[in-house]
Design a protein around this ligand. Structure first.
Ligand SMILES: Nc1nc2c(ncn2[C@@H]2O[C@H](COP(=O)(O)OP(=O)(O)O)[C@@H](O)[C@H]2O)c(=O)[nH]1
Ligand SMILES: Nc1ncnc2c1ncn2[C@@H]1O[C@H](COP(=O)(O)OP(=O)(O)O)[C@@H](O)[C@H]1O
Length: 219
């Protein structure tokens, strides 16, 4: 699905799809924002959703907020790379920006649930790197959902009751990070991305690079 761009060391490589999933409130959004701020060459995939906007969210940045009819039209026109229903709302990944970023040699970051992760893996397994974020405890999870202060008590109850379901998919992920302290969890997620960028199979320019090194040695 991807063509290739150049890594920071100048060797051409395939772009990767970096997926973060977790039960609601475990810290995906916080970690995603830090990754985008601090990791050059990584672009956020902005999902479309029918969920109402939360205070502080920006349309087109956090999500593209659409009504159900618009979402259904996007599905029908095959404009979504994957989509799913979560908490009675529809969420989906617009295909165009992802394909454009990957073919420009950028990596793409996804904050999507297990259903979306499965769909991406079916489409491009070799290019997907998936990380599941766990909270340190149920009490911490609940505290974080309250501290975010953006959802009603009823919505928080729904999110807590769905957490166990979401968590049951942890073993489908390549990496598991427990989000105790943000800085440490961020450092772990960053290490995963850095290592995955160096994977031999993604570095399609290596054959040429090594040939040229050998040429220099022989010449
Ligand atoms: N499959 C899929 N899931 C999404 C997408 N965008 C967001 N999600 C997931 O939908 C769930 C709810 O997201 P949201 O309402 O923003 O609440 P959050 O869990 O507090 O971030 C989270 O598990 C997100 O990862 C998407 O485009 N596709
Ligand atoms: N390691 C952490 N320690 C304490 N609070 C955290 C930590 N990580 C995230 N939070 C806070 O918890 C709340 C939920 O985090 P958020 O990133 O929105 O989760 P998600 O996107 O998974 O729903 C936010 O208020 C965030 O600032």
């Amino acid at each position: 699905m991807t063509t290739g761009g150049h890594g920071t060391d100048g060797v051409e490589r395939r772009g990767l799809m970096f997926v973060l999933s977790s039960p609601s409130g475990a810290g995906k959004t916080t970690l995603s924002r830090l990754l985008i701020e601090r990791m050059p060459g990584l672009k956020m995939s902005v999902s479309a959703t029918t969920r109402p906007m939360r205070p502080g969210e920006v349309n087109g940045k956090d999500y593209t907020f659409v009504d159900k009819a618009t979402f259904d039209a996007m599905v029908k026109a095959d404009e979504l790379l994957e989509w799913a229903t979560v908490f009675d709302n529809s969420y989906g990944t617009p295909r165009g920006p992802v394909e454009a970023a990957l073919s420009a040699g950028q990596d793409v970051l996804f904050d999507i649930d297990w259903q979306g992760t499965q769909q991406l893996k079916q489409k491009a397994r070799a290019d997907v790197v998936s990380v599941f974020i766990l909270p340190p405890s149920a009490a911490d999870l609940e505290k974080r959902l309250h501290s975010r202060a953006q959802d009603s008590d009823e919505v928080i109850r729904k999110r807590m009751s769905r957490a166990s379901d979401e968590m049951s998919h942890w073993a489908e992920y390549d990496y598991i990070v427990i989000n105790h302290a943000v800085d440490e969890a961020f450092a772990e997620v960053q290490s995963i991305l850095k290592a995955e960028r160096l994977k031999r199979e993604r570095r399609i320019g290596l054959v040429g690079f090594v040939r040229s090194l050998q040429g220099q040695l022989q010449g």
